[in-house]
Design a protein around this ligand. Sequence first.
Ligand code: DX5
Ligand code: ZN
Length: 216
Amino acid sequence: MRITPSILNADFARLGEEIARVPSADALHIDVMDNHFVPNLTFGLPVVERLRAATTAMLDIHLMIEHPDTWAPAYAEAGAESVTFHLEAAAAPVRLARELRARGARAGVALNPATPVAAIADIVGEIDLILIMSVEPGFGGQSFLDLVLPKVAAARRLIGGADIWLQMDGGIAEATIERCVDAGADTFVAGSAVYHADDPDAMVRRLRALAEARAR
Ligand code: DX5
Ligand code: ZN
């Protein structure tokens, strides 16, 4: 069970200090938004390059951008260990996944709530992470969408025993993580739950403990 805190709800004026507050994280989830694929704008490659220089933590990049075929490989070249693009935005997902792997990154594919898992059934051998959005992407602090849980279960059946991480993102908190484990997820983004907690690192450990206990 992996907990990957999203810095979307961190203080962007103090990012270095903010990422240092979650040493127990399995990876730092970095939400890149372009104001086109989603109606919000965060940061891009220059900030990710500075984060890369600032930490040895695994960087898990979530690209909520148009034209990922053009922009995603540079995040792998910058040293991110995992780069996830949205299936809805990719022109050639197989080619892009291969380009990410060739640059040493895990290749992730994200699915919006309305996108079925069947859309990636034939390309699952090309990817290392499936991200199931449990909110519409663009903002932190939204309510968890239970309607995606059957899709998580479908993704788990598709993955079987392969080394493909099954990540969920959106509304993950103490109240929702156990039903995600039940559906088969093993990797959890938590933004507001972690960064609005009094002790963010304690919340990372709490969420992991809940998930691991539920998985037994
Ligand atoms: C939303 C982002 C998420 C966001 C999650 O589009 O992809 O990673 O930070 O925030 P919470 O955990 O608050 O839903
Ligand atoms: Zn995200």
